[in-house]
Design a protein around this ligand. Structure first.
Ligand SMILES: Cc1cc2nc3c(=O)[nH]c(=O)nc-3n(C[C@H](O)[C@H](O)[C@H](O)COP(=O)(O)OP(=O)(O)OC[C@H]3O[C@@H](n4cnc5c(N)ncnc54)[C@H](O)[C@@H]3O)c2cc1C
Length: 396
């Protein structure tokens, strides 16, 4: 076994940190109640007003360093923002990518690229909300992705297709992973992939086409087609051929951030379940008096508390600069499962009313489900733990 906890020691806070951030996000979210999200869900529309409010409050620049006009907050603080959005009944899907793609740009972008883009992103003049990795044929097997970027003088020419590229229609910039050297010509299949920061304002209509996907949740997700799209060679982030590493070293941050969303969902479901179980009277007693109703809520609460501890641990390790792959993955797994269990309990507690849209439960339940599939599926986390933590044989 190779568990990081055996070798590292860290200190982590247990109190409700960042109370001012929590309070401020809650205040903004109070202006965007369930009816706001319901209406968007029905129309499959983008939460422009919510994104504007969060941008103006500076929350979408949480991880951008102060020298570029951002807040320069630690990862945990950014996570708390996402958690509070979800715990309030909202959804951070329209906003989170700007946080989790930021690590790649900060760590691997050139000084010139950071100066060109970050102040504008921090000021809310540019949106970096699209992240193009997944493709229809290769799926989870990222090294087999087929989108090609071929150098042609001062440009790269891009051909291929991405799928599930969320928010592409509402973003100015896309972080794109494409193959620059054919897989047959590289020693390791992880080599030969490169990351580009594509200016979509110039690309759309000039080789980039975006088509919305009708999906189970309102995530503004799309298919993106590249047909001889020419982008300036200086769109390359980091070293050519080493792009997978640039993306992978941002994965722990991404996992920790999105885990906060699941935690927020679990909190919302639990609060909603308890309220209804106390209020709803059937057969002359509040339904919450029945252990058949109490126990699933209590069990989900216990899972939520345990998942939160793991999440705090992974965030503390990340902040301390310690290897945290194991704990970031465990957090992602446990928070997604805790949200799912809390969602199930909430559905069951509400009986038929859970299906009525005006209660928001079925919407939150659909939204919470996605975390078991994206940005990484439960299976792939389990195989990471089995192989990299427990030392079991590689399964794929
Ligand atoms: C709402 C939504 C938004 C998304 N947004 C984005 C985005 O913005 N950008 C982006 O790039 N992608 C995005 N994705 C894509 C998401 O990351 C993928 O759907 C996810 O990684 C799984 O890939 P896949 O759908 O191709 O599944 P597949 O790779 O086809 O896998 C299908 C199933 O088989 C399992 N599986 C595959 N191989 C193994 C194995 N070796 N062992 C065990 N199980 C295995 C998988 O875990 C999965 O459960 C989004 C997806 C959704 C649903």
């Amino acid at each position: 076994m190779n568990t990081t906890s055996e070798t590292q020691s860290i200190t982590m806070e247990l109190g409700d940190e960042y109370p001012e951030i929590r309070e401020s996000v809650r205040r903004i979210c109070a202006d965007f109640p369930g009816s706001y999200w319901r209406e968007l869900d029905e129309k499959e529309a983008y939460p422009s007003e919510f994104v504007k409010a969060m941008t103006e409050a500076g929350f979408l620049a949480a991880l951008i360093p102060e020298e570029y006009g951002g807040a320069g907050l630690p990862l945990r603080a950014a996570g708390v923002i996402l958690e509070e959005i979800h715990a309030s009944g909202g959804n951070a899907g329209a906003t989170h990518a700007q946080m989790y793609t930021m690590g790649t740009v900060l760590r691997h972008g050139s000084a010139e690229q950071k100066q060109r883009y970050l102040p504008q992103i921090a000021a809310g003049k540019l949106r970096l909300q699209a992240f193009g990795v997944t493709e229809p044929t290769s799926g989870t097997d990222t090294t087999k992705l087929k989108t090609r970027a071929v150098r042609d003088g001062d440009h790269y020419v891009i051909n291929g297709q991405k799928i599930w590229t969320s928010r592409a229609l509402y973003s100015d910039l896309m972080l794109l992973l494409a193959r620059t050297t054919p897989i047959e010509q590289v020693e390791h299949r992880t080599d030969g992939l490169s990351v580009f920061l594509v200016d979509m304002r110039e690309a759309v209509g000039n080789g980039m086409t975006i088509r919305p996907i009708k999906a189970m949740i309102n995530h503004n997700t799309t298919e993106v087609f590249f047909d001889h799209l020419r982008i300036p060679a200086d769109s390359l982030i980091g070293q050519e051929g080493k792009g997978l590493r640039c993306i992978m070293d941002g994965m722990n941050a991404e996992r920790i951030l999105v885990s906060h969303e699941s935690l927020g969902d679990a909190k919302w479901f639990t609060k909603t379940s308890v309220k209804y179980a106390n209020e709803r009277v059937v057969i002359d007693r509040p339904i919450g008096k029945n252990q058949g109703i109490q126990f699933p809520i209590a069990k989900a609460y216990a899972q939520m508390q345990a998942a939160e501890l793991m999440l705090r641990k992974s965030a503390a390790m990340f902040q301390a600069g310690l290897p945290c792959g194991e704990f970031a993955n465990l957090s992602k797994l446990l928070t997604a499962e805790a949200a799912w269990e809390a969602g199930e309990a909430c559905m069951q507690t509400h009986g038929g009313f859970a299906y009525a849209r005006e209660y928001d439960i079925e919407r939150k339940w659909r939204e919470a489900r996605v975390q078991r599939t994206a940005p990484i599926s439960t299976n792939l986390i389990l195989s990471y733990i089995a192989e990299h933590v427990l030392g079991l044989p590689r399964s794929y």
